[in-house]
Design a protein around this ligand. Structure first.
Ligand code: ZN
Length: 504
């Protein structure tokens, strides 16, 4: 098995601030990237921003700015999420990057052209001037654009088209054989049904005078690439396609592409068809997550319920934010965010369970075993159930893994309550005190190892408190981290500190 793992997020379009849905996808992808690194895979994690198109050009015009300036400003909000959410992306590709992205997008275009899959034709469509976009018959309400309440214009223009129709059969074959695997299964069924109803060729460019903010079509600057070749190509340009062949060969195909359910058709039909046309291998797996609603309603500016991830991080920290997204939002289905639920989970699972365990164990170590790891290793019966829960990670069922970790944490708190080390200490039963303190410290170490892909900040703090140096403490595999007895007897353990301050 190859030791490399290439993982991508979809690229958010930068006409809005980052919302919690963006944070969800980034955090899910980050957990998988960290978990793969934990298993000694060499990982490349790519994210970035989709910046061209008429919407950004329009904002720039309204603000009296250049599209470059607007893109620069808005892209920064997304690139800053790396630090805010404690992400480990290895690169951040921007589709407006003329040096790193454009050459690859144009090289891809040339490949599709060489395959005979790009041709010129007349595009006839309805165009809303307010939206500065084509609108379909289906989207009209009483014959008008539902946003601008105006009748769209029927226009004709010369476009390049991509022969998507040619790829229906090969796509169905790749998806149903599992060569191009889609998780969860119901999304694979959904897209196969869409493809079976027939794929029509798609418009692949726009006249440059109508869409100047984009990548010029190679050898025909009167046309600008439409979003498909412009943006989807980031998955290969980000790893060197069109500028660094060796780098590209090293990483492609993607091992996992993470997307939201709304862009399934783009990533399970258009993108793989483009790759087939370019004679490039398909991604191995496409992982499709659901959406987050806010307080039970779809997030929308007009309802005023858009949740800003930065606001949550400011108040509760990156780890607590990640915990909620991973534990409360089912990975492949829709979930909900509410401040009330957030505070419930924060208080019960993080502050009162995990945070409390860490602080009381460190406190007892300071008092009862001289602030050191005792010289006795006794195993915990609670471990066996934990090991089997780890398998669930392969199905990306993060909530179940985190529930298992939370149960393990609870079992350690129960151990404290039942053995009452303070009474053992008072009555001079030091041997028994040593046994239970050792069990609890090892329990904390295992908690940290298991939590490290999910709550990396908390894991680091626990490791540090146990006197386990970085990076030598990093085990090669997650399972290795669970082998009992890796603490060093006599090692000084830190004073207790508060991991999750309580909020009223
Ligand atoms: Zn409109």
């Amino acid at each position: 098995m190859s030791n490399k793992f290439y993982i991508t997020t979809s690229l958010p379009y930068i006409n809005s601030r980052p919302h919690i849905g963006h944070a969800l996808e980034l955090v899910q992808t980050d957990v998988i990237a960290r978990w793969q690194r934990f298993h000694s895979r060499e990982v490349f994690f790519l994210t970035g921003t989709d910046e061209h198109g008429s919407k950004i050009a329009k904002v720039a015009k309204e603000e009296g700015q250049t599209p470059e300036a607007v893109a620069e400003r808005n892209a920064r909000l997304f690139s800053e999420l790396k630090e805010i959410l404690n992400l480990t992306n290895d690169d951040f590709i921007r589709t407006s990057d003329r040096d790193r992205h454009w050459p690859g997008a144009q090289a891809l275009w040339r490949r599709l052209l060489a395959s005979g899959d790009i041709y010129k034709d007349t595009y006839r469509g309805l165009y809303c001037i307010g939206c500065e976009a084509f609108i379909t018959e289906k989207e009209l309400v009483n014959g008008c654009c539902p946003i601008h309440l105006k009748e769209p214009e029927a226009i004709e223009e010369e476009n390049y088209f991509f022969r998507l129709s040619k790829y229906a059969e090969p796509l169905i074959e790749a998806i149903s054989s599992g060569k191009f695997k889609i998780i969860p299964e119901n999304r694979a069924t959904e897209i196969i049904n869409v493809i079976k109803t027939g794929l029509t060729d798609i418009s692949f460019s726009r006249p440059a005078d109508k869409l100047p903010w984009g990548i010029p079509v190679p050898d025909d600057p009167a046309h600008t690439m439409y979003v498909w070749c412009d943006a989807l190509s980031n998955y290969i340009t980000g790893i060197g396609f069109g500028r660094d062949e060796a780098l590209f060969k090293k990483w492609w195909p993607a091992d996992l592409q993470v997307i939201g359910k709304d862009i399934l058709r783009f990533h399970a039909a258009i993108w793989p068809a483009m790759l087939l046309s370019a004679k490039l291998p398909l991604p191995k797996v496409l992982f499709v997550h659901g959406f987050i609603s806010s307080g039970g309603h779809k997030m929308s500016k007009s309802l005023g319920n858009v949740v800003d991830p930065i606001e949550i991080v400011d108040k509760y920290g990156a780890d607590a934010t990640r915990y909620y997204l991973l534990k409360e939002i089912p990975t492949t289905e829709d979930g909900d965010f509410s401040w009330r639920r957030f505070e419930e989970v924060y208080n019960s699972e993080l502050a009162n369970n995990l945070g409390n365990l860490v602080s009381r164990v460190l406190q007892m170590t300071a008092k009862f075993t001289n602030g050191q790891v005792p010289p006795i290793a006794t195993e915990l019966p609670q471990l066996s159930g934990l090991l089997s829960s780890i398998d669930r990670f392969e199905g990306y069922d993060f909530a179940r893994v985190l529930t298992a970790i939370d149960n393990f944490t609870t079992s350690l708190n129960v151990l404290v309550d039942e053995t009452k080390p303070w009474e053992l200490f008072k009555t001079g039963r030091q041997d028994e005190v040593d046994h239970v303190i050792y069990q609890l410290l090892e329990g904390l170490r295992i908690d940290a190892a298991l939590l490290s892909p999910f709550l990396p900040g908390v894991a680091d703090r626990i490791y540090e408190a146990l006197g386990l140096d970085k990076p030598s403490w990093r085990p090669l595999r997650w399972e290795d981290a669970l082998v009992w007895g890796q603490l060093v007897p006599g090692q000084a353990v830190a004073e207790p500190s508060i991991l999750f301050p309580k909020f009223s």
